[in-house]
Design a protein around this ligand. Structure first.
Ligand code: TXA
Ligand code: MG
Length: 343
């Protein structure tokens, strides 16, 4: 199932052709993007799209992002977008920004969601990843794709993560490619109104959006799961096997807290920006990276690694809640099911 990685151009184009053939035939292909791996199907094939939901274990009320390979395709799908939307596309596409738009009336009513439902809006993204763009182009259709993890698990940033999540036959092909550069999913931005609204924070931040549009951008996202506007935000997310808590405080207090608490557990996983010294032996530390960019890149792989290490409790050090840090805190707090402790 897993296509071998190869620097050889012939092998790459062979795998790409094979993957495109699978999509055209109504199959499921996991493919790399600059954010996380997606699990794709022909966006216009209802049986194939329904299979995404069953393979992933995804609730039917959670819509999917439609991935396109050219900016022109956006205007074939979106119904009379606000002019500020065009500015966003010009600056941020291809890239980690999903735009939620009203659909053109001629499109299938279910497009963008589960084929048994009616979707009023459509999430559209043009990924900034050579392999993803080549796949969409070769398949000759927009590709519907959620993140390629099983529902509830951390998003995959490497082909191996996808292979770990599925049994043979659940999906048809895993296309290897350059690992995810950003590491967390795209910013989801509702552009159906006069003011854009962030439904899920990502690497493209509120201030970047405001700078380009010159319009105030609202932020719907909160760490709580109350009244989510992106249907996907209400489900348990990014959850490692062990219960997790985010510790918000300076390094001395975080250290003191862990020393006091770790005796209650067999093996404690600690996720930090940089190494903390003087911790008891049953604490395994994974350092994600000193800056926000590195932290985002490594975050999901670290959460998956804690599962492999068999820890029975996870603590994560809080990140400052600005710019990319806001998106990281969103993922951390969801993985911890809102359990943020001020220390
Ligand atoms: O970076 C990404 O966005 C990755 C890559 C593969 O493109 N995809 C991804 O898809 O993260 P997914 O399905 O895991 O997350 C998409 C989020 C969900 O919270 C979903 O509810 C929301 O976007 N969404 C999709 N279509 C929507 C719509 N029409 N209206 C509101 N929210 C929508
Ligand atoms: Mg997801």
């Amino acid at each position: 199932m897993l296509a071998e990685g190869s620097e050889n151009c012939t092998a790459i184009s062979y795998n790409l052709k094979k993957a495109a053939g699978v999509i055209k035939a109504g199959g499921l292909v996991a493919f790399p993007t600059e954010t996380v791996y997606g699990l794709g199907a022909d966006a216009f094939n209802p049986q194939a799209v329904a299979r995404i939901y069953s393979a992933k274990g995804r609730p039917g009320d959670n819509p999917l992002i439609t991935h396109i390979a050219s900016k022109e395709d956006f205007f074939k799908l979106a119904d009379t977008p606000y002019p500020y939307t065009e500015k966003l596309i010009e600056v941020f596409w291809p890239g980690a920004l999903t735009l939620i738009v009203k659909k053109k009336p001629n499109l299938p009513p279910w497009l963008g969601g589960h084929p048994n439902n009616v979707a009023e809006t459509l999430g559209i993204r043009m990924p900034a990843h050579e392999t993803a763009l080549a796949l969409i182009t070769a398949a000759g259709c927009p590709i519907s794709a959620p993140s390629a993890n099983k529902a509830g698990k951390p998003s995959p940033t490497k082909a191996e993560h996808v292979a770990d999540d599925y049994l043979p036959g659940e999906i048809d092909f895993i296309l290897q490619g350059q690992a995810s550069d950003i590491g967390i999913e795209s910013t989801v931005l509702d552009v159906t109104g006069e003011q854009p609204v962030v439904l899920r924070p990502g690497a493209i931040t509120v201030s970047m959006i405001e700078e380009v549009t010159g319009i105030k951008c609202n932020n719907h996202n909160t760490y709580s799961m109350n009244a989510p506007k992106a249907p996907g935000m209400k489900y348990r997310h990014y959850a490692p096997k062990a219960p997790m808590a985010v510790l918000d405080g300076d390094i001395e207090n975080v250290t003191k807290y862990i020393i006091a608490e770790c005796a209650n557990y067999k093996k404690v996983g600690l996720l930090t920006k940089s190494i903390i010294t003087g911790l008891p032996e049953n604490v395994v530390t994974l350092t994600c990276g000193a800056d926000e960019k590195a932290f985002a890149q490594n975050l999901f792989a670290c959460l998956r690694e804690f599962d492999n290490l068999g820890v029975d409790k996870i603590y994560a050090q809080a990140i400052s809640d600005t710019e990319l840090g806001t998106a990281i805190m969103d993922r951390l707090s969801k993985a911890a099911e809102g359990n943020i402790i001020n220390v």
